[in-house]
Design a protein around this ligand. Structure first.
Ligand SMILES: C[C@@H](C(=O)O)C(=O)SCCNC(=O)CCNC(=O)[C@H](O)C(C)(C)COP(=O)(O)OP(=O)(O)OC[C@H]1O[C@@H](n2cnc3c(N)ncnc32)[C@H](O)[C@@H]1OP(=O)(O)O
Ligand SMILES: [Co+2]
Length: 137
């Protein structure tokens, strides 16, 4: 069902201020910045080997990330797992009683299709499914 961890989402107040730590101090590969209007965030991707860190900056006070930052300050926001067939995975989770935030896929970064599980249904960890195809994302 899940293939591997696709990325870890980290909430930041400013990508510009957070980026030097990841790119320069830790030496991760900076893969660019993208705005994702459907989620009201701007994201920066950094890669290390097969793994990625997604820095999330809210673009509006209504953004889920703005609410998270208000409550918790900057920090780890979600874990995203790669899946091959997101509809089938969502259906299987719903059938098993998991509470989904998204019952149908939404558009995420790089045009990937994503869906979130509610943290109350995943032991307090906001969890994202991310449909990934070979050679992309
Ligand atoms: C670009 C894209 C991509 O990868 O391609 C992305 O990742 S976009 C990443 C940004 N997008 C998203 O996060 C979309 C999915 N998230 C959401 O829909 C929302 O943030 C919810 C997770 C439903 C929370 O919204 P809500 O309005 O209910 O906020 P709330 O503060 O009242 O939270 C309700 C309960 O969930 C907990 N909660 C909230 N956010 C959490 C998080 N990130 N991790 C763990 N727990 C979390 C709160 O502490 C609270 O628990 P207590 O009740 O115990 O106090
Ligand atoms: Co994400």
């Amino acid at each position: 069902m899940l293939t591997k961890i696709n990325h870890l989402g980290v909430a930041v107040t400013s990508i510009e201020e957070a980026l030097p730590f990841y790119r320069d101090t830790l030496g991760m590969n900076f893969a660019g910045i993208e705005e994702v209007p459907s989620q009201l965030v701007k994201v920066a991707f950094l890669s290390i080997g097969e793994s990625k860190i997604e820095l999330l900056e809210p673009t509006s006070a209504e953004s889920p990330v703005a609410k998270f930052l208000e409550k918790n300050g900057p920090g780890v926001h979600h874990v995203a797992y790669g899946v091959k067939d997101i509809e089938a995975t969502i259906a299987r989770l719903i059938a098993g009683g998991t509470r989904m935030i998204d019952t149908t896929p939404r558009n995420g970064a790089h045009g990937a299709r994503i869906a979130f599980l509610h943290p109350k249904s995943s032991n307090g960890v906001l969890t994202e499914l991310c449909e990934v195809h070979e050679g992309s994302h």
